[in-house]
Design a protein around this ligand. Structure first.
Ligand code: SF4
Ligand code: SF4
Length: 355
């Protein structure tokens, strides 16, 4: 059966606030039935690495948080620490970064909780019947919530093809051990003949994994985040994408399955198709968008909402996948096929435009 996905265009007249459109989307997803009085609701959001400007602006969360408060629920904003060093590497820096980006109690009147503890150690093993993952390592303070609502910025991603609800569920709700588990099959290599020893890669590697003799080489410190691949000006950093990227995509789907199955009721997913940069908000910078702002989607099926977002972006780009133009070796469509096989949701959706 096709899943319902609700869509509001950003451009639909000057007289309506985009925040009202988000309110309408939440109503159509029956927010009052899915969330209950006194429940602790984890509102999963990526608050953007320091230096990045493409992440979702905090003001867009206001209607989401209001809707949860109206039913008497107790929402909190949450994210997890990263694998690599940066401003989201531990909870102290992460909360500082969140506050500087406007995600704080003063702005939104909700607490911000980093869900996997001070240094990513607050982890819960969750059994899952995946092809590659049998036990997902998830962030305790998301999994222990009574309910979940997932707010995702739709954009490109170097390992997955695109980042939306599924990536936010999987990588975003995993503890550091879980993130390593998903990335572990990935480690790029340097093609020596192309390397000019400029050391730009080392400046961007937050794991300190590069050594030089004098050409670059990647050591065991590598956590497989793939940031360096897009950085090298000579395309000297390569990966065996055929094998590894497909495995990472599968693991992401299977981690998303573990999160979805941890909650009694479906979550509401909201995807923002705004400032869609070619890379993840984990980068400490961002390129311009791959296409113009499209609007907002909401659904209770994470696969359907990502498929609808992907199709809208491809349509806006004249039928071409703009993320694949950026990372030709990564086919984002493989994610949908595996997500359907793993019963995470359906890629068959009905789009309802809300005015
Ligand atoms: S950025 Fe590329 S060319 Fe420069 S040192 Fe690293 S691998 Fe070599
Ligand atoms: S993939 Fe590249 S940037 Fe990421 S940890 Fe490994 S060497 Fe560093």
């Amino acid at each position: 059966m096709a899943a319902d996905v609700y869509f509001a265009k950003l451009h639909s007249g000057k007289t309506q606030s985009p925040l009202d459109k988000i309110r309408k989307l939440l109503q159509r997803c029956e927010v009052k039935k899915l969330y209950r009085k006194d429940e602790l609701v984890a509102v999963k959001i990526h608050m953007g690495e320091m230096g990045n400007t493409a992440f979702i602006r905090p003001i867009y969360l206001r209607p989401v948080l209001e809707a949860l408060r109206e039913v008497g629920a107790k929402p909190y904003l949450t994210d997890t620490n990263t694998l690599y060093t940066g401003m989201r590497w531990n909870s102290v820096d992460h909360l500082h970064n969140a506050a500087l980006h406007g995600f704080n109690y003063g702005t939104l009147q909700v607490p911000v909780i980093i869900a996997d503890g001070l240094r990513g150690e607050n982890t819960v093993p969750v059994p899952v019947a995946g092809e590659l993952v049998k036990e997902a390592k998830l962030a305790a303070d998301i999994i222990h919530a009574d309910a979940l609502l997932v707010v995702s910025h739709f954009k490109g991603h170097s390992l997955v093809g695109f980042g939306g609800a599924l990536k936010n569920l999987a990588m975003g709700c995993a503890s550091r051990a879980g993130k390593l588990d998903m990335h572990a099959v990935m480690r790029p290599r340097v093609e020596s003949s192309l390397c000019t020893a400029c050391r730009l890669c080392a400046r961007h590697c937050q794991a300190g994994a590069f050594e030089f003799a004098p050409k670059a080489a990647i050591t065991d410190k590598c956590v497989g985040c793939a940031h360096c691949i897009g950085v090298c000006p000579h395309q000297a950093i390569k990966h065996d994408w055929n094998q590894s990227a497909a495995n990472v995509q599968k693991k992401i789907v299977e981690y998303a399955k573990a999160v979805v199955e941890s909650f009694e009721r479906p979550a509401i997913y909201i995807n923002f198709l705004l400032s869609m940069s070619p890379d993840c908000d984990c980068w400490d910078g961002n390129d311009g968008p791959v296409t113009g702002d499209i609007g907002f989607l909401a659904a209770t099926d994470p696969v359907a909402i990502d498929k609808a977002a992907f199709d809208l972006v491809v349509a806006a780009c004249g039928g071409k996948d703009p993320f694949r133009s950026h990372y030709p070796e990564v086919d984002g469509q493989l994610v949908f096929a595996h997500a359907v096989r793993m019963n995470v949701g359906t890629a068959d959706y009905k789009l309802h435009e809300i005015k």
